[in-house]
Design a protein around this ligand. Structure first.
Ligand code: ZN
Length: 425
C-alpha cells in the first residue's frame, strides 16, 4: 500500500522514498514506492509526471551516472515518470528506465502541470457548488482535459444561469477563502452537509471551501481560492438531458481569453464593426449572400436561354430539321451547361454535346425527345477515350474530369452524335 503524500500535503513537490517493487507495465519499466507525491489519474484529474533520482543522485546525476551509467541511460540523467496509475491501494509509476527494488529514490513532480490541475480541480468544486447553491443543478461528472475542463450538469442551464454561476464562482475566488482538507468517518460524513453523497465507506477525505462547499474528494486542490486566479466558462451545450459546461481557470483562462481576442479582433477588422455588432453583421452578410445567389440563379437562367438560342442560330438549321450541336463555352460550370443543353433540346430537334473550356472538362450530352440517342452511351465512350466520370439518363447525361486536347474531344463527340440513329420521323 502506497502512502499518498498529496492526501495531506498537496504542495509537496519533492520527496524521498524507497522502491518496494519493480515490474513491467505495458512493456515499460514500472515501480511501486513506499510513499509518493505523484498523483495517479482518478476522479477526473489527470496523472502527475516528473522525475525520479536514485539515492546520491539527486542534483548530481553525473557523479552517480559513472557507477550505474548503463542502467540509468547513457548520460546518467534522471528517470522520467511518464505516467502514474492508481491500482487498488498502490500508485504505479511508469518510468523511462528501470530502478532497483529496495533502492532509495528522490522524486520531483512537474509542478507547473500539477499546480494547473490543482487550479482547475478547485475551480470545478466552486463552479459545481455555485450551480448547486443557486439553481439546485447538480454536477454528475467532471472531466479535466489538456486545454479546458467540463462538468456535466443534471439539468439544462440557460446562458443567464451560467453567467450567474460563473460570477458567483469568481466572487468566491476573489474572496481568497480557505480550502481545507478534513478526514472523517463515513458515519460522521452522513450527518455533514456534503454536496454529493460519497460513494465509498471507511475514512473519507473532505475538501471544504470555507462557508461555501463541502465534498468528498481524493484529488489535489489549492489551499486558498485566490490561487485559482479566475474562472471562465468557455462553452456550454445540451448533453444527455442536462448540460455540459466547459470552463478554464488560472493561466488557462488567460489563454482562452487570448485566443478569443485574436479571433474577434481579426473578425472585427475584416467587417469594420464593433465586437458586440459581430452577430448582426454576420446575419446581414448571410442574408445578402442568399439574395445574391438568388439573383445570380435568375441571371444564369436567362443567359442560358440566350446562349441556347445563339447556338441554335449558329447551327444554321432549317426549321424542324435535326441538328447536331457541339460547343465549348467560357465561364459556364456544369450546372450552366446543363441549363443551356436543356433549352436547346426543348427548342430544336437536336442532339447536343456542350463542354466548358476549363480543363479538366465538364460535359453535358442531351437530346430532344424526338431523337434516338443514348446520352449515357455517348458519355461512356468519351470517358473511355478521355478519362473522367459521369452518368445520367438516356436523354441527358453529365460528366466531368475529361482531359486532352479540347478540339480532339469535341471532334470525337461530334462523330458519336452524328453516328447515332436517325431521328424518328
Ligand atoms: Zn476535488
Amino acid at each position: 500500500m502506497t502512502s499518498r503524500i498529496y492526501y495531506t500535503d498537496p504542495y509537496c513537490r519533492r520527496f524521498e522514498a524507497s522502491v518496494t517493487k519493480t515490474f513491467v507495465h505495458d512493456g515499460r519499466p514500472a515501480a511501486l514506492l513506499d510513499r509518493t507525491a505523484f498523483y495517479p489519474t482518478s476522479g477526473g484529474q489527470p496523472f502527475d509526471t516528473g522525475r525520479l533520482f536514485e539515492a546520491g543522485d539527486a542534483g548530481r546525476p553525473g557523479e552517480a551516472g559513472r557507477v550505474d551509467g548503463e542502467r540509468r541511460g547513457p548520460s546518467g540523467s534522471a528517470i522520467d515518470v511518464l505516467d502514474t496509475i492508481d491500482v487498488d491501494d498502490d500508485v504505479v509509476h511508469v518510468l523511462s528506465a528501470a530502478v532497483i527494488a529496495g533502492a532509495s529514490v528522490h522524486g520531483e513532480i512537474d509542478w507547473t502541470r500539477r499546480f494547473d490541475h490543482m487550479q482547475q480541480h478547485t475551480g470545478q468544486h466552486i463552479l459545481s457548488a455555485a450551480f448547486d447553491r443557486l439553481f439546485e443543478n447538480r454536477t454528475v461528472s467532471f472531466h479535466m482535459g489538456s486545454d479546458v475542463s467540463s462538468i456535466d450538469l443534471q439539468r439544462e442551464a440557460s446562458w443567464e444561469h451560467i453567467a450567474r454561476a460563473e460570477g458567483e464562482a469568481n466572487r468566491i475566488i476573489s474572496e481568497n477563502r480557505e480550502v481545507a482538507i478534513r478526514f472523517v468517518t463515513s458515519e460522521h460524513a452522513a450527518v455533514l452537509p456534503l454536496r454529493k453523497e460519497p460513494s465509498r465507506e471507511g475514512t473519507l477525505r473532505l475538501i471544504e471551501v470555507k462557508d461555501f462547499d463541502l465534498s468528498a474528494c481524493g484529488g489535489t486542490h489549492v489551499s486558498r481560492t485566490g490561487e485559482i486566479g479566475s474562472l471562465v466558462v468557455t462553452a456550454a451545450e445540451k448533453f444527455k438531458g442536462g448540460a455540459r459546461v466547459t470552463f478554464a481557470c488560472g493561466a488557462r483562462a488567460v489563454r482562452a481569453y487570448q485566443s478569443l481576442r485574436d479571433a474577434v479582433s481579426g473578425s472585427v477588422r475584416l467587417l469594420s464593426v464593433l465586437p458586440r455588432e459581430l452577430p448582426s453583421a454576420i446575419e446581414r452578410m448571410q442574408a445578402e449572400a442568399k439574395e445574391l445567389r438568388r439573383t445570380l440563379r435568375r441571371f444564369q437562367e436567362a443567359l442560358a436561354a440566350h446562349e441556347a438560342a445563339r447556338l441554335i442560330a449558329a447551327s444554321d438549321v432549317g426549321s424542324g430539321a435535326a441538328v447536331v450541336i457541339v460547343g465549348a463555352l467560357d465561364a459556364w460550370d456544369a450546372n450552366g451547361l446543363k441549363a443551356i443543353a436543356t433549352h436547346i433540346v426543348a427548342q430544336a430537334n437536336a442532339t447536343v454535346a456542350l463542354f466548358s473550356t476549363a480543363s479538366p472538362y465538364p460535359v453535358v450530352i442531351a437530346r430532344s425527345p424526338g431523337m434516338q440517342l443514348d446520352a449515357t452511351a455517348v458519355l461512356g465512350e468519351l470517358v473511355a477515350s478521355f478519362g473522367g466520370r459521369g452518368g445520367g439518363k438516356a436523354d441527358l447525361a453529365q460528366g466531368g474530369g475529361l482531359v486532352g486536347n479540347l478540339s480532339d474531344i469535341m471532334r470525337a463527340a461530334r462523330q458519336l452524335l452524328e453516328r447515332g440513329p436517325l431521328p424518328l420521323s
